[in-house]
Every structure is written in C-alpha cells, then in structure tokens.
Ligand binder design. Structure first.
Ligand code: SAM
Ligand code: GLN
Length: 308
C-alpha cells in the first residue's frame, strides 16, 4: 500500500527518468521546478519535505505539467513566466521566451544611455518587442527614459502591455504600436536609441532547431532566407527615425554580426562595434549615428562592448 503513495521524492525520481527517456534537457531540474509551481514552494522545501505525500489534486496538476514538458513545451510557457533582468515577465505562446543573451544587450544599453542624453528623457524604440522584455527592462532601470514597443503580433503586444503595467512605474512612460517594422511610426517622432532582437533564424534552419524552440512562434524566429531580412529593413529606415545623435542596437544570430555591421555602415552609420555573448559568439551589433565625426562615441562603444 505504502508503495502506491506518491511522495515528493518518489515523483521527482519518476519524472526525472521519464524526462530523461524523452530527451528533455534538464530532467531533474525541470521535474523540481514544475513540482514547486504546483506546491507553490521554493526548491529547498522539496528536500526538507521529501517524504510528504502529494494530494490527488496536486498530482493531477503535476501530471498535466509533466505531460506538457514531455512534449517539449518550453518550461516558461508552462509556468507562464520567465525571469529577465530583475523582473518576472509574463510569457505565453505568442511571445518568444526572453533569453539570457538578451540581458547583455539591455546591460549595454543601460551603459549607453547617459552618453546619448545627459539630461531629460532618453527616447527608446524597441522593434519586435515580444514580451516587452527589452523595452520594459530599460524603462524600469532608466527612470527618465520613455519608450515605444512595436510588434506585428497583437497577442504579443497584449502580453508586453501586461508586463509594462506590472513592472515599476513603466506604464506611465511607454506606448505600444502594432506595426510592420517602421510602417506605422511617423518619421517626425525621433528616438535616441533604436533596439531590436528581430527574428534572425535562416528559414531553412528552423526545422533543425531544438524541439522546445520550435514551439515558439515562427514569426518570432524566421528571418528569411539568410536570416538577415529584418536587419536589411531596419538599417534602411532607422536613421530617419533617430535624433541627430543616436544608437542602433541589435541582437544577431551566429555568424551574422559582420554582415549586420556592414549593413549599418552601408546605411550611413558612422561607426559600429560588436559584442560577444557568454558563449563567445558575436551576439550584439551597435551602430552610431552622429554629426560630430571623428572619435565621437568611441568611449561609449568601448564601454558598452567590453567583455565582463
Ligand atoms: N524582443 C523580444 C525578446 O528579445 O525577447 C522578442 C524578440 S523575437 C526574436 C522577435 C519579435 O519580432 C517577435 O515578437 C515577433 O512577433 C516580432 N516581429 C516579427 N515580424 C515583425 C514585423 N514585421 N514587424 C514588427 N515585429 C515583428
Ligand atoms: N534566440 C533565439 C534562439 O535561440 C532566436 C531568436 C531570434 O530569432 N531573435 O533560437
């Protein structure tokens, strides 16, 4: 009889093996995180209480979570949230799950902001905002910044707005626009920073992505034949939406940084710089628009691309 009781320890061990057999990447960790979501507890509690039996109700919820994860649904979709910078963002099937690399892009821009505008409001545009992770974080950390988040997906914008409403006083300084890249943005409105983590996976590579990533919206991933479609479109139009002195900042896919930097220079941006991510992959491209010439913004580019 005792054997049929599912204790915390027993169910974690069972789930770990089940996930392992399926090929889920972090089997034990995911088993524990999902159980914590059901029991609304910290992971440490699982170890303290490992003989605690689960109720029928808890088991039913947990089984459903395990089934979903076993089908490679991203953990963040099951939990409905993902940590990014110092906040928790709501996420769902309409939004990409924000990545740790993208935090590096945000950190670079936090360092850049004071160079671009020492007084008053820094105005920031985020193209392809998804969950709003980039623009909402920037506004949360920069109390004098104002921002606009753009996406083609209404469902993503609903989520981004919910995140803006929930985090600090961001909602008073942010606007959202449904737009195909710049199409709905008047050129009269100028920004100091334009940032984008656009879809950048080459279309032909999507079928080979991890099963988890393939459950994210294809409109968030597909960057056209060579993955560079959005960089071409954004670099072509960015300068006219910028103040005379401005910074264009991109996250890019593997092996794309040089090509994207070249697109920026071709579009008239004076200087470009590249920053690597935690894995040593060239992951971010920055380009300055300036009327000052010479070495203007050299210090800024050095500082924002410095390795940790
Ligand atoms: N900024 C978020 C982040 O870093 O986590 C999401 C980035 S996701 C890679 C790209 C986003 O671009 C998606 O939210 C997608 O809906 C949006 N997108 C795709 N095509 C677009 C278009 N033509 N115009 C505007 N946004 C677009
Ligand atoms: N970072 C995503 C990945 O890991 C790609 C997101 C994008 O296309 N910008 O595949």
């Amino acid at each position: 009889m005792a054997d049929s009781v599912w204790t915390i320890m027993k169910i974690i061990n069972w789930t770990k093996q089940y996930f392992e057999a399926k090929g889920v990447e972090n089997p034990r960790l995911d088993a524990e995180v999902l159980l914590c979501a059901v029991l609304k507890c910290q992971r440490i509690t699982l170890y303290v209480d490992f003989e605690r039996p689960l109720t029928e109700e808890e088991l039913a919820i947990y089984r459903e979570y395990v089934r979903r994860r076993g089908n490679f649904e991203p953990l963040a979709y099951i939990l409905g949230e993902k940590e990014f910078m110092r906040n928790t963002f709501k996420v769902n099937k309409a939004t990409l799950v924000p990545r740790p690399e993208t935090e590096l892009l945000v950190e670079s821009l936090l360092k850049a902001a004071p160079y671009l505008r020492r007084e008053g409001d820094v105005k920031i545009l985020d193209i392809g905002t998804g969950s709003g992770a980039i623009i909402v974080s920037l506004l949360d950390y920069l109390p004098h910044a104002k921002g606009v988040g753009v996406d083609i997906s209404v469902d993503a914008l609903v989520t981004a707005k919910a995140n803006a409403d929930a985090i600090g006083d961001v909602k008073e300084r942010i606007g959202f626009v449904r737009s195909d890249v710049f199409s709905k943005l008047p050129v009269e409105k100028k920004f100091d920073i334009i940032v984008s983590n656009p879809p950048y996976i080459p279309a032909g590579d999507i079928a080979a992505l991890d099963k988890d990533v393939q459950q994210e919206p294809v409109t968030a991933l597909d960057g056209g034949e060579d993955g560079l479609d959005f960089y071409r479109r954004i670099t072509a139009e960015a300068a006219e939406h910028m103040e005379a002195e401005g910074l264009l900042a991109f996250e890019v896919g593997i092996h794309q940084a040089e090509a994207v930097a070249q697109l920026c220079r071709n579009a008239g941006f004076a200087k470009t710089a590249i920053r690597k991510d935690y894995a040593g992959i060239e992951r971010m491209v920055f380009a300055v628009k300036t009327t000052k010439g010479g070495d203007a913004y050299e210090d800024m580019l050095l500082e924002i691309t410095r390795e940790l």
